[in-house]
Design a protein around this ligand. Structure first.
Ligand code: SF4
Length: 501
């Protein structure tokens, strides 16, 4: 057995700090661990692209990455040897002390100082980043390689790509030395506690807010299985403390909430709906709201990508870039329904391309959306913010785009405000819940691409060349998915109109 066999690593420490039982399951109950969804795997791969780019900020380092994730011996030995030989920069520098392992993204020496740098593909520092950095600081100190400074290097959301990526401008280096120093004893105490976890003793742990924070736990399907799958007290709209209070009083179903339990108006509508299977429809408010809309109605929906590393010129990390839209036009009530759509060419998503896909989209949008009539979106603030960004990229079209923004109305308002509630919507007012509740035959279940995340990842894989399916067929699936959103809005509106006229 390797002398460097570890019990605690950075990820295990973060897991154990969230919940000891979670760490126990990670270590000893692999049978409970769900398979990682494809979209999360893609996120990890894209995270490693960020890591490789970060190395360019500190170039020409030696790479101590292990050959196998299960054996860090060579990495630990090489790191120690290279530091002693005066190597200035080491990637994946690995340290070990008393069964605790830490692998650091970048170790750099400058002006007689040793810098520890952890790279994060986020645009800010999260609390859990400080937890894993503190563990790393502790291991480095204990193994005799105390860093003088500890940094988090994350993406800078004020960076705007202009030509080739400039790694030094893309990242922000934040000094967190004081924060990790302060946590030194806390880390030591928690390592001692987590090391006590034994295979034959499953830690006792009640459910708590930590089941979702900082990450939704992989084992909720196991620990939470005594709660009903639908309409549990945790589905109470904006339930928060009330859900926990009910749970701690052994009330698990929404239908079991006592009549005298204090609820907001929206919560009461939801609970009554579940208890007595009745819908709440405020026809007056819905009518007043819909009366403000002007024909022709343009039902509009974007799909976007938001790459961590900007792909196009004049874009920033995680900026929402539209690549597709669907538009249904209803010329008048009970009038003709026309469908229009746009899907960009993934090959144009290249900062060197002469054809910026956003420009093509802007021109088509201006033409398709005409000059008058309300533009209906579901959660319109999203569409409006995407168009605002287009205005910044192409100010010559700002006036036309601004007049488009001013025509938006939001179908979501009716459901968010609880003017229409039917029990099969559950706790959600999203179109994915509302549409099947209103038109059960008309859901997303039959579509291969079922949500915006899938659409975005599919298109991103076409851009970066990792897509290996049938490209024409998949483009049709993307079009089909986006069309369902706008067609769904038409169906929802017709249902609402049938109630108020
Ligand atoms: S679901 Fe909650 S209690 Fe169960 S392991 Fe996860 S965090 Fe711990």
């Amino acid at each position: 057995m390797s002398e460097y066999k570890h019990k605690i690593s950075k990820s295990r420490f973060v897991s154990g700090i969230q919940c000891e039982k979670k760490l126990y399951f990670d270590l000893f109950r692999h049978d409970l661990k769900p398979k990682m969804p494809d979209n999360q795997l893609l996120l990890l791969e894209r995270g490693s692209d960020v890591g490789i780019l970060a190395q360019k900020v500190f170039p020409n380092g030696l790479d101590a990455s292990p050959e196998s994730f299960y054996d860090f011996s060579t990495s630990i030995i090489n790191t120690s040897k290279w530091i002693q030989n005066g190597v200035q920069t080491i990637y994946e520098a690995s340290f070990f002390h008393d069964e605790v392992l830490s692998a650091l993204d970048i170790l750099h020496h400058i002006n007689n100082e040793r810098w520890a740098i952890e790279v994060k593909s986020s645009t800010s520092i999260k609390d859990y980043h400080l937890i894993d950095a503190s563990l790393q600081y502790w291991v480095m100190c204990k193994s005799g390689f105390q860093p003088d400074k500890f940094f988090i290097m994350h993406l800078d959301n004020s960076y705007i790509r202009r030509g080739d990526i400039e790694p030094k401008k893309l990242f922000k280096l934040i000094d967190i030395t004081e924060e990790v120093k302060v946590k030194f004893d806390w880390v030591e105490q928690n390592i001692a506690k987590l090391k006590q976890i034994q295979q034959d003793v499953e830690p006792e742990k009640q459910l708590g807010k930590y089941c979702w924070s900082p990450f939704e736990c992989d084992y909720m399907h196991h620990c939470w299985n005594h709660l009903p799958e639908n309409n549990s007290v945790f589905d109470l709209i904006n339930g928060r403390g009330k859900s926990w209070k009910l749970y701690n009083d052994n009330i698990y179903n929404l239908s079991d909430i006592p009549d005298d339990f204090p609820l907001t108006e929206k919560q009461q509508i939801q609970v009554n709906g579940i208890k007595y299977n009745h819908s709440h429809i405020d026809t007056l408010k819905i009518k007043e709201f819909l009366d403000e809309w002007n024909y022709p109605l343009y039902f509009f929906d974007f799909e976007t990508i938001f790459p961590a590393i900007p792909i196009l010129n004049n874009t920033s990390p995680f900026q929402q870039i539209p690549f597709q839209y669907s538009l249904h036009i209803l010329t008048k009530s009970n009038g003709k329904l026309i469908h229009k759509e746009f899907l960009a060419n993934p090959k144009h998503f290249d900062y060197n391309s002469n054809e910026d896909p956003r420009l093509e989209l802007i021109l088509r949008m201006i033409e398709d959306l005409g000059r008058r009539g309300s533009i209906v979106a579901y959660n319109a603030t999203f569409e409006m913010s995407v168009i605002k960004n287009l205005e910044k990229a192409y100010p010559q079209y700002a006036e036309q785009l601004e007049s488009i923004i001013n025509r938006f109305v939001d179908l979501y308002v009716i459901f968010r405000n609880g003017w229409y509630y039917t029990p099969s919507m559950g706790a959600s007012a999203s179109i994915k819940s509302v549409l099947p509740a209103i038109a059960p035959k008309f859901s997303y279940a039959d579509l291969p691409i079922k949500n915006g995340g899938d659409a975005s990842n599919t298109f991103l894989s076409m851009i970066d060349g990792s897509f290996n399916g049938d490209i024409d067929n998949t483009k049709n699936l993307l079009l089909q998915y986006c069309e369902r959103d706008t067609e769904g809005m038409v169906i929802i509106l017709k249902e609402l109109q049938s109630l108020v006229t």
